[in-house]
Ligand binder design. Sequence first.
Ligand code: NDP
Ligand code: OXD
Length: 315
Amino acid sequence: MSTFLFVTPTWDGQLWAGEMRKAAPAMNVRVWPEMGDPGTIDYVAAWLPPPDVVRSLANLKVIFSLGAGVDAILKDPTLPENVPIVRVNDPDLTMRMSEYVVLHVLMHHRQQRRLDENQRKGVWDSFPTHAASALRVGVMGLGVLGQDAAKKLALLGFKVAGWSRSPKTVEGVQCFSGAGGLDTFLARTDVLVSLLPATPETDGILNRGLIRKLARSGPFGAPVLINAGRGRQQVEDDILAALDVGELHAATLDVFRSEPLPATSPFWTHPKVTLTPHIAADSDPAVICEYVARQIADYEATGKLSNLVDRARGY
Ligand code: NDP
Ligand code: OXD
């Protein structure tokens, strides 16, 4: 019988363990810190593991992330080097992210915040609106999540482009890549959506310099920023300053440098900011445990794993 350990100090480990027992009834499931003999653990699911815990699992076969991002695991400086890391790539999570991106692009496009404010004040202002085809959306990160969101936006009629590290071909989406493609991508973008992973290269990428390279010829005269990637990508003072002087028209932010967002953050009350508490694409415990159980069954049958993390790239 294989043994599976949850090391998720900021999540409800018992809840996850319950779902894992349903998904893999033959598995012996434990929750850190009650892990028993570390040498008996075959598989671990980790999210912000304390240093040395994962390293102490001498016979570990696979490390699982319970989300699509792996920064919360790679942050552990003591992580064993030779154990593969598998991340989540599941239609449930992908659909949740696409719902979020489509919702917020549409919200800005249809000026819903302005309509809500008018309703609150009892103002009947039927201002002119524009077609989806008038808005150029640019998705940074054309991975599993970025590609799906980009395709769904294109189906709605938005002019969609994407930017990734390596060149891509995505139907209905104009693709740019690498440092060489970034400025052209930004210059044609009215609504910038970030679905990038947190890596040393993407740290602070959403800064004033980048914001100034975005298009200003769109329907709102200034660009909109939507970030559901990671907070580390944001230079938050730059975003606030850009909103204040009108270099940004509005922003939707799901992720922040510090989470939970401190009560003192100006983002809470900024009139041009819509914020959500890192819920763009929740990991559903039942769904993700089934995904992990499937991976383990495949691994034990064939020795193969899918959706492996490349530690050198950081995602
Ligand atoms: P993928 O690994 O599938 O895609 C990442 C994309 O980013 C790839 O297209 C990759 O390029 C691109 N990329 C990475 N580094 C760079 C760079 N330096 N320059 C340009 N492009 C780059 O990840 P997912 O789509 O599954 O997830 C993306 C991220 O979304 C996660 O890492 C996580 O941070 C975030 N997330 C947020 C959630 C939330 O609730 N807010 C929920 C789930 C995920 P290439 O294709 O060339 O490799
Ligand atoms: C993830 C997340 O990476 O929820 O899946 O942020």
